[in-house]
Design a protein around this ligand. Structure first.
Ligand code: PAF
Length: 281
């Protein structure tokens, strides 16, 4: 496994694979890897000849007062984990390498589907994601790119600009990986105190309960209000509890497949989760 920190180095490392038309898989990450990321790499290994993982904490997707400075940077540990799952190349550029020293005048802004859910509480976040992911796609030029469904809205945004801008690759969404108690794996789980870590799986428990209530015929609005009330009671500060169609369009009642979304803070840690709920006629 090689580690490249420059665009030039990565391009040179990828040249033999590109020249021999090998399938290149790409897993973009911000590092501090966990089983969720490793599952993406394993999925990439299954269908690609060469797997590149980027590790880059992208400053422009963090808002003022968010955790850019404190975001865990654990390259050595990440490298060991990636070697174990058969990653071929790590791309770990500096901020300078990615953004240079000249001001950036170009933005990528996906409309509509970024207007609410996390887009509402994190203005500019998805523009920052779209810019860095597009840059990474142009640098790596993969055939396939892998993203976790935990960041459901992010995945929808990436699929949208890949389609809108004719970026020549296939985006693959990979199901959420959960801890045994149901908590969706996230690098931010590491911020939780022992007490908060015990409370955190409440989100998934309530999502599963909500799924059952919907399938038993309870009204969607009532089910959403109940999740919100129970989260508050458990000590969360709720950002949103919402339901959307899988394409993120609004949904008024449970008369089709939908996705339940939660974002809530425990102390200063913001957790997100989602659950796809199938409508059975
Ligand atoms: O999901 C993430 O870790 C980041 O948003 C991504 C896609 C690597 C872009 O910085």
């Amino acid at each position: 496994m090689k580690t490249e920190t420059t665009i030039q180095g990565l391009t040179a490392s990828l040249a033999p694979a590109r020249n021999t038309k090998k399938m290149i898989g790409f897993v973009p990450t911000m590092g501090n890897l966990h089983e969720g990321h490793l599952t993406l790499v394993r999925a990439a290994k299954k269908i690609c000849d060469i797997v590149v993982v980027s590790i880059f904490v992208n400053p422009i997707q963090f808002g003022a007062g968010e955790d850019f400075d404190s975001y865990p940077r654990t390259l050595e540990q990440d490298s060991r984990l990636l070697a174990d799952v058969g990653c071929d190349i790590i791309f770990a550029p500096s901020v300078e390498q990615m953004y240079g020293s000249q001001p950036r005048l170009t933005n990528i802004s996906v409309g509509q589907i970024t207007d609410d859910l996390c887009g509402k509480s994190r203005p500019g976040h998805f523009d920052g994601v779209a810019v860095v992911v597009t840059k990474l796609f142009n640098i790596v030029q993969p055939d396939y790119a892998f993203f976790g469904q935990k960041d459901y809205q992010q995945l929808a945004v990436i699929r949208q600009f890949v389609q809108d801008l004719n970026i020549p690759l296939e985006v693959i969404g990979v199901p959420i990986v959960r801890a045994e108690d149901g908590l969706a794996l996230s690098s931010r789980n590491g911020y939780l105190s022992a007490e908060q870590r015990e409370i955190a799986p409440t989100i998934y428990r309530l999502l599963k309960q909500a799924e059952q209530s919907l399938q038993e015929g309870k009204a969607l609005s009532e089910v959403l209000a109940n999740i919100s009330a129970q989260l508050t009671q458990a000590g969360f500060v709720v950002d949103y509890v919402e339901a959307r169609q899988p394409n993120l369009q609004s949904v008024e009642q449970f008369d089709r497949n939908l996705v339940l979304f939660v974002a809530a803070k425990l102390g200063s840690t913001r957790l997100i989760d989602n659950l796809e709920v199938d409508f059975k006629t």
